[in-house]
Design a protein around this ligand. Structure first.
Ligand code: PLP
Length: 423
């Protein structure tokens, strides 16, 4: 089946009422047929619903549909993008281990990896996404995961998948890609050889800025990389918290199953059925929306590049972007709706952000409504002038999340704001 058809139908067979739209199964728990049925479910002899912290029929459709779009082997929904990232890390690393993370990742991922998990005894070693060969110099026997974004937020760099996957496979380390900005429509990291994909479903998945959510998807046959791999002993040894279950012996997607059975069980950041339903509505139009986001962003990037008061435009669809060739290779259908541009200084950038009418001043991305962000005065406010430069966030940098309004209206909005700010 083609992608647009999967986006509308995958994962849902009509229920007993013949309901066309996926129902919202708003229930905490599920009645067992009898005591044996309950025991079978807990022992995984039968698969079925137990409790909504672990699974839910509406969330199940969201997971199956997303999994189909990523061409994965299994998926598990979470309460936020951050919990998806945390669970992907916690599923492989423990105190004494380290993970390798790209410097250019979402700010929340930087604080999670640089501060929060450090307090759990997990060390993070950072590499430059534009120099993936650094990964090899940083790793050792305790390295458990290579984590990076396919298109980075907010620096808008592009991952060199082939190089990263080659290094990871050579050293038998799992790769985890945050594919939030590219979405499964523009890029399928699992088909490029990556092992795990995470998403913030709060962005393009809902598409209208409606709910916070996340998802983890694993590659088909991931067990082959984990089975008897000493880096992942806990997948190959009995899990004392689950009656001695050995995950790598199961004929089931082991990575997401362990998140469900161990991490959702114990930490509980599960999506609400209503939010899963919102993600399902969003997924139906995701292929169509990503085409439009990408086309509009390219037209706006071209307009900005030709403007005399714009110093630089970062958009992988432009030939001037350093990773343009990689972007053409990995995102041939479009490069998504995120771009940034640089003007003379902080004051000019602030004036532009204050002056746009359609672009709203918000710290979010992936909404149908266009968004303008000035990182130096918001998300990166605490950084010194030098730190801003190191983070690739100069004081005059503006980030745009291009929405689904008319492209020409968006260009005119930016044009009037630039004229106001520079005259
Ligand atoms: N990953 C990326 C690339 C993001 O941009 C964000 C949020 O902006 C997240 C993860 C975190 O997602 P959430 O806000 O759903 O927790």
């Amino acid at each position: 089946m083609n992608e647009q058809t999967l986006a509308i139908h995958a994962g849902y067979e009509k229920d007993t009422q013949g309901t066309m739209a996926v129902p919202i199964y708003q229930s905490t728990a599920y009645e067992f047929r009898d005591a044996q049925h309950a025991a079978n479910l807990f022992e995984l002899k039968e698969l079925g619903n137990i409790y909504t912290r672990l699974m839910n029929p509406t969330t199940d459709v969201f997971e199956k549909r997303f999994n189909a779009l990523e061409q994965g082997g299994g998926a598990v929904g979470t309460a936020s993008g951050m919990s998806a990232i945390f669970y992907a890390i916690a599923n492989v690393a423990e105190a004494g281990d380290n993970i390798l993370v790209a410097k250019q990742v979402y700010g929340g991922t930087t604080t999670l990896t640089g501060h929060t998990i450090k307090r759990f005894g997990i060390e993070t070693r950072y590499f430059d996404i534009n120099k993936p060969q650094e990964i090899e110099e940083l790793m050792d026997a305790k390295s458990k995961l290579i984590l990076f974004e396919s298109i980075t937020n907010p620096s808008i760099d592009v991952a060199d998948f082939d190089t990263i996957v080659r290094i990871a496979n050579h050293h038998h380390i799992l790769t985890c890609v945050d594919n939030t900005v590219a979405t499964p429509i523009l890029c399928k990291p699992l088909s490029l050889g990556c092992d795990v994909v995470v998403h913030s479903a709060s962005k393009y998945t809902t598409g209208q800025g409606l709910a916070i959510g996340g998802i983890v998807v694993e590659r088909k046959a991931l067990v082959e990389k984990i089975k008897n791999n000493p880096r992942y002993a806990h997948f190959n040894e009995p899990d004392e918290s689950y009656h001695g279950l050995i995950y790598s012996d199961l004929p089931l997607p082991l990575f997401t199953l362990r998140i469900r059975l161990a991490l959702l069980r114990d930490l509980g950041a599960a999506p609400s059925p209503f939010n899963s339903w919102l993600y399902i509505q969003g997924l139906e139009t995701l292929p169509l929306r990503m085409q439009q986001h990408s086309a509009s962003a390219l037209a706006i990037a071209q307009f900005l590049e030709s403007h005399p008061h714009v110093k630089k435009v970062n958009y992988p669809g432009l030939p001037s972007h350093p990773a343009h060739t990689l972007a053409q290779k990995y995102f041939p259908k479009g490069q998504s709706g995120l771009l940034s541009f640089e003007v003379e200084n902080l004051e000019t950038a602030k004036k532009i952000a204050n002056q746009t009418k359609i672009f709203k001043l918000v710290v979010n991305i992936g909404d149908s409504k266009s968004i303008i962000t000035h990182p130096a005065s918001t998300t990166h406010q605490q950084l010194s002038a030098q730190e801003l430069i190191d983070a690739g966030v100069p004081a005059g940098l503006i980030r745009l999340s291009v929405g689904l309004e008319d492209t020409q209206d968006l260009i005119e909005d930016l044009h009037q704001a630039l004229t106001f700010a520079t005259s």
